[in-house]
Structures are given as structure tokens and as C-alpha cells.
Write a protein that binds this ligand. Structure first.
Ligand SMILES: [Mg+2]
Length: 523
């Protein structure tokens, strides 16, 4: 049996405007994936999927990687992976037993394309054997605990959001350190407290910082969160700072997890040598497909590190992650996205088997075990352009009321009000109060420009109602700050974006401003 064709099909699932919201990762306008197909001369087709920009992945598959696979026997999956990884040096690499990676294939989009093909090769291989893919890999289990991965709600709303995950039956749930209301340590602690209330004491709670914190802040946050029984702290610092992550790990009793942005076993080797993690989270579509993730699972187990595969994207990648979780002995839990992802849930004829006790069950059909719906390629036709916009503000219940006030006062086209300037973290009112000093104003300005580089930030004077200014709390606050002034304070108003934030955002702001959309339109 031989592989006769390898092809790549870009796909997209646009996010409807009413479902778009800004997080620390930007505003997601669509989800992309590249479907990979590996066809054999006896009529079998394996499917895989790749991360990375779809047209680039497709070009890499067509111009570079397909040639490494055609005429190869899909049962020789290790050989095919090594051919793709080593490129023109694959023959001496395999003869000598030394990897001699092609310089461009070790990481990045090419490795993501290699991973996508590898998944499809394993699908074919398991189909030939007539068994499920996880059994072809070497099965450890046929079901695994799933955890609900979401948790973007601002402030105390985290309680309801996380309680919803527990109601679905999940025995573990993950929330984002940076919520839709931005980040400060006190706000994160408040959200985690709320989440713990929502989950109760018996559901595991994990937090994910998306690599957004510097070491000192990550350590401080970890210390503050230790009383809330956190099962792991994910990507506390940049994935490029393995030493920093090790420093965070040494400073806290909370287990440290990372790995979704690492490529191949060599990246994990560095994390392990630095003793930087307790839980490894390779993404099968980034780390190197089934072939390489098996090696990563073995490597991490030798260091007493557990596996919790990262699973985010299309249904193909979730299906592949299920098989990884069933095969790797040191896997204890699998990510189940709670984000808006129709390409995950509506791609296949067969539904995923996630039960009311939060357990994810493996399919018992041959290969990957899932077939594309007849209209899948038409429905998820590729949409050109980037999938995430950096424009927009984090709209929250706390932001919007102030938009109206500031918009009316400033009499200009208001697009948002910066909040969560971490000068005073106790609550929104005290943060606004602190703007009365010149120093605080300058700090707020600098932070705002750093946080929203695409926006022009303009100060706008506003006045609190006299009652609020003269309440005992406000007077005590002024006395503490050594202020005698009881006048207005400044709000910082975003007045322009470089990119259009979209009509949904504009109409929300307009509604709050009591204005029509014309007055709130982006310049
Ligand atoms: Mg993550």
C-alpha cells in the first residue's frame, strides 16, 4: 500500500458579531483550520488538521511535504515523520540514527503542517489495522476525565460561569487569569474566589495566564491564590522564558503547567531539564503529531510529569487529542473547550461522547473514528485575513455605564473608557478617585498606551455627583491621599482605533451613550 496524494484544504468558521468579545488574546473574528487529507492507492483516506495560517500551511504541504510522503507506505509512520522533519538529510539521518533537522522545519508553521499530515497518516494506519487510533498507538484507557476550559467572565460573574461548567458534570474547570475586564492581581483574586464559590470545594479549578505575566507578578499572584486550592497555574510567564517559569514553580506550591506553544520533544526536554513544569500540555497539532507526542509523553513520564493535552481548534484536533489522552499512560485529564467553536462541534457526522459525569469516551470506530459532514467543506469555506483583531476594548458591565457619562461630557465620538487601571485595585470607584493626582494621571496614561497601542487616549473631565464626592468613604479616601480637592476626576477615553471595532461593539456603545451609531462611529 502506498500514499498517492496529500492535500490541504483551508477552512474557517466566522464568529458572529454578537458572539465576539475582546480578551487578552484579542477579538476573535473567526476560527481557522487546515484540513489535511492523505489518500492511498487502495482507496483509504486519512484526515488530519493543522494549526497555522491556512493558505501558508496549504502551500507548505503542496510544495514541500507532500513529496516526502507520496509513494511511502503509511504503516511506516515513524519513517514518514522523520522524512518530513529531516528533509533532504533524511537518508543520512536515518542511516546514522542522528536527527539532522531541516533548518526551517524544527518549529513554526512547517512543523504544524508536519503534525497535521502525521495525524492523517496515523488515521490511515489505524483504518488498515481495523482498530481505533488510540488502540493502534497502544491503548491505556477508553475514557478520561474532561475539564471545562473557559472562564473569561469579569468580576463576580465568574461564579455563575464556572457553576455552569460544574452543572454540565465536569469535575474540573479552567479559567483565564485575564478576564474580559482586564487584569490586576486583586481582580484576579476576586474572580478566582467567585469561581471557587460557583464550583464548590470538590471541583478542581485551574488558572491560565496565557504567558502574559512577568515573573514577579506571576509569583505574587500565585502566592495570593494558594488558599483557593488551584490544581495548576498554566503558562504563568512567556513560553520563551523557561528559566522564568522554573523560578515561578520554585516559589509556589501550585503545580505549574505549560506546553501548548512548544514544538517537538526538544522544547519539552529544555522545560524538564530546568524543572519548570509539573504538567505538560503538548498540542498534538503543534508538538509534532501523533508520532512526536508519543515521544513527549514518554519523556515527561520519565520526569514524573503528567500529561494534559492542549486541545483547541477544529473537531479533527479534538478527536486526535482524545486518542492521545487514551494512549498516553501519564495523561490524567483532557481539555474540553467551552468557547464558541462550531468547527469543533459541527464538523462530524458523529458526536463526541462526553458524558454527564464529565468523562470523555473514545470512539470505537476504526482510525480517527469521525467522518466529515457532507456540507462541512462548503459550510466552513475559508475566509481570507487574520483570525484575530487587536482592536476593540474589553466591554464589561463595569465599563459601559461610564461610557455614557464620559461620552456626554466629552461631546466627542467615544468608543470606550479605560478601566482597571491598577492604581487602586479595590474597586472601580477608588480607581477613578485616584486619578485626581497628576502622578496617577500620568501612570494611568502610560498604562493605557501600553495596553491599547492601537488607540488614541484622550483625557476627559468628568464630575461625580456631589453626594458621591461627600460621602464618608470618599472623604476618608481623600484624607488618606492627602487631598483637599473634592472636584472632578479624569476619565481616559478611547477616541479612535486604527481598525474598525465592528458594528456590534459600536451599537453597544451607542446604546449606552444614548446616542445613535453615527456619533460613536470609528474614525
Ligand atoms: Mg492555555
Amino acid at each position: 500500500m502506498k500514499i498517492v496524494k496529500v492535500s490541504a484544504i483551508p477552512m474557517s468558521a466566522p464568529v458572529p458579531e454578537e458572539k465576539r468579545h475582546r480578551t487578552d488574546l484579542g477579538t476573535k473574528v473567526k476560527s481557522d483550520a487546515t484540513l489535511i487529507r492523505v489518500e492511498t492507492d487502495d482507496g483509504l483516506t486519512g484526515i488530519g488538521a493543522a494549526l497555522g495560517t491556512p493558505p501558508i500551511v496549504a502551500a507548505i504541504v503542496e510544495h514541500e511535504l507532500a513529496a516526502e510522503c507520496v509513494d511511502e507506505d503509511p504503516m511506516f509512520s515513524e519513517r514518514i515523520y522523520e522524512k518530513m522533519y529531516n528533509g533532504s538529510r533524511s537518508r543520512p539521518a536515518l542511516e546514522r540514527g542522528i536527527t539532522q533537522a531541516d533548518e526551517s522545519r524544527r518549529r513554526g508553521v512547517i512543523m504544524e503542517a508536519i503534525a497535521g499530515i502525521d495525524i492523517a497518516v496515523w488515521d490511515v494506519k489505524a483504518q488498515v489495522l481495523g482498530i481505533s487510533l488510540y488502540q493502534a498507538l497502544g491503548a491505556t484507557r477508553s475514557s478520561v476525565r474532561g475539564y471545562a476550559s473557559g472562564g473569561w467572565a469579569p468580576g463576580d460573574e465568574a461564579e455563575t460561569e464556572l457553576a455552569g461548567y460544574a452543572e454540565k458534570g465536569f469535575t474540573a474547570a479552567k479559567m483565564r487569569v485575564v478576564g474580559r475586564d482586564g487584569f490586576s492581581i486583586s481582580n484576579c483574586v476576586r474572580r478566582v474566589k467567585a469561581a471557587r464559590r460557583g464550583l464548590g470545594p470538590n471541583v478542581e479549578l485551574m488558572i491560565d495566564a496565557h504567558g502574559s505575566l512577568e515573573v514577579a507578578t506571576a509569583i505574587k499572584l500565585a502566592k495570593e491564590l494558594e488558599p483557593y486550592d488551584i490544581a495548576w497555574f498554566e503558562e504563568p510567564v512567556s513560553p520563551d522564558d523557561h528559566a522564568g517559569q522554573a523560578e515561578v514553580r520554585r516559589s509556589t506550591t501550585i503545580p505549574i503547567a505549560s506546553g501548548e506553544r512548544e514544538f517537538t520533544r526538544f522544547d519539552f526536554q529544555d522545560l524538564l531539564e530546568r524543572r519548570a513544569l509539573d504538567i505538560a500540555q503538548p498540542d498534538v497539532a503543534r508538538a509534532g503529531g501523533m508520532t512526536e507526542i508519543r515521544r513527549i509523553a514518554a519523556l515527561t513520564s520519565a520526569h514524573g510529569v503528567r500529561l494534559a493535552p492542549h486541545a483547541w481548534g477544529s473537531g479533527v484536533l479534538f478527536a486526535a487529542s482524545i486518542h492521545v489522552a487514551m494512549a498516553a499512560p501519564n495523561c490524567h485529564i483532557l481539555e474540553v473547550s467551552q468557547g464558541y467553536m462550531p468547527m469543533m462541534w459541527e464538523l462530524f457526522n458523529e458526536p463526541f461522547d462526553i458524558r454527564l459525569d464529565g468523562m470523555v469516551h473514545a470512539p470505537d470506530r476504526p482510525g480517527l473514528g469521525f467522518t466529515l459532514r457532507p456540507d462541512a467543506l462548503e459550510r466552513f469555506r475559508y475566509v481570507d485575513g487574520p483570525n484575530t483583531s487587536s482592536s476593540g476594548i474589553m466591554l464589561t458591565a463595569k465599563t459601559l455605564p461610564y461610557v455614557g457619562v464620559a461620552g456626554w461630557r466629552a461631546r466627542r465620538r467615544i468608543l470606550g473608557v479605560i478601566e482597571h487601571i491598577p492604581i487602586r485595585n479595590r474597586d472601580h470607584r477608588s480607581a477613578l478617585g485616584s486619578f485626581r493626582t497628576r502622578e496617577a494621571n500620568l501612570t494611568a496614561w502610560r498604562l493605557a498606551e501600553k495596553q491599547w497601542p492601537n488607540c488614541r487616549v484622550t483625557p476627559a473631565v468628568n464630575r461625580r455627583p456631589a453626594k458621591a464626592q461627600n460621602c464618608p468613604t470618599a472623604i476618608r479616601s481623600r484624607q488618606r491621599e492627602g487631598l483637599t480637592q473634592s472636584g472632578g476626576y479624569n476619565l481616559f477615553v478611547l477616541t479612535s482605533w486604527k481598525a474598525d471595532p465592528g458594528p456590534h461593539v459600536i451599537s453597544k456603545l451607542a446604546a449606552r451613550c444614548g446616542s445613535d451609531q453615527h456619533h460613536c462611529r470609528c474614525r
